[in-house]
Design a binder for this molecule. Structure first.
Ligand code: PGA
Length: 257
């Protein structure tokens, strides 16, 4: 059974005051226990978020990591630092990082390898095509290439143990992020299927059947149920709508199958 996940990517948006307010409101909601809830604040507020949700079983994730464990990398945060903070997840290769911070398929691969080798943190690997690539019908090729490069030099035993995948993938078409323009559930399902097939080709059916593949890009309470009705979609990575406790709770509950 694949894990169903609702992950909130708070980007550079929440401060302590907002996190505390969110936590108060979110804890009042009746939430599905069939959906794993992941909250990804900025580095600065990882501990504050853990504190705000102490006693709950929500998972906490970072939004990036440096693959080196220590060294002269001003402004960076290492995998070992995140491990020390007991992070559960770490988003890797978000399109905003690829677009604005020179993240490449190669650095994405280094980061995933470092997380798997040096921590118990589960990478949430983000892939997705641009609008131009979609208009040229290149989305499958682009995403297949991103996945293939992200998993380069990783064996089955690196990414899979005790019947569970140690990696989560998020399909996030760039044209759907923060634009209010969601991929249709069929488009999202098709691309999550392409990713699943790529994993089967790189590894085997066992991992392909077990790995959770999320959709991200303008997910909201109104479209989550339709997205989750699709076989290949195992949850969502949510930006804007995850900043509102009420909306995010509806997304969590709408993710149940
Ligand atoms: P959005 O962001 O839900 O605001 O479109 C999704 C993401 O960037 O992960």
């Amino acid at each position: 059974m694949r894990k169903i996940i609702a992950a909130g990517n708070w980007k550079m948006s929440m401060t302590s005051e907002k996190i505390n307010k969110f936590s108060e409101e979110f804890k009042k909601q009746k939430l599905s226990d069939k959906v794993e809830i992941v909250l990804c604040p900025s580095f600065v507020y990882l501990t504050a978020t853990q504190e705000a949700f102490k006693g709950s079983d929500f998972k906490i994730g970072a939004q990036n990591a440096h693959y080196e464990l220590e060294g002269a990398y001003t402004g960076e945060v290492s995998v070992s630092m995140l491990e020390e903070l007991n992070m559960d997840y770490c988003i890797i290769g978000h399109s905003e990082r690829r677009q604005y911070f020179n993240e490449t398929d190669e650095t994405v691969n280094f980061k995933i390898k470092s997380l798997l080798a040096n921590s118990k943190i589960i990478p949430i690997l983000c892939v997705g095509e641009s609008l131009d690539e979609r208009e040229e019908n290149k989305q499958s090729d682009v995403v297949t290439m991103q996945i293939t490069r992200a998993f380069s030099d990783l064996n089955k035993s690196d990414i899979y143990a005790d019947g569970e995948s140690k990696v989560v993938i998020a399909y996030e078409p760039i044209w759907a992020i923060g634009t209010g323009k969601t991929a249709t559930s069929d488009q999202a399902d098709e691309m999550c299927g392409v990713i699943r097939k790529t994993i089967a080709r790189l590894y085997d059916e066992e991992i392909a059947n077990e790995i959770s593949i999320l959709y991200g890009g303008s997910v909201n309470p109104a479209n989550i149920r339709e997205l989750m009705s699709k076989d290949n979609i195992d949850g969502s990575l949510v930006g804007g709508a995850s900043l509102d406790a009420g909306k995010f709770a509806q997304i969590v509950n709408g993710s149940e199958r």
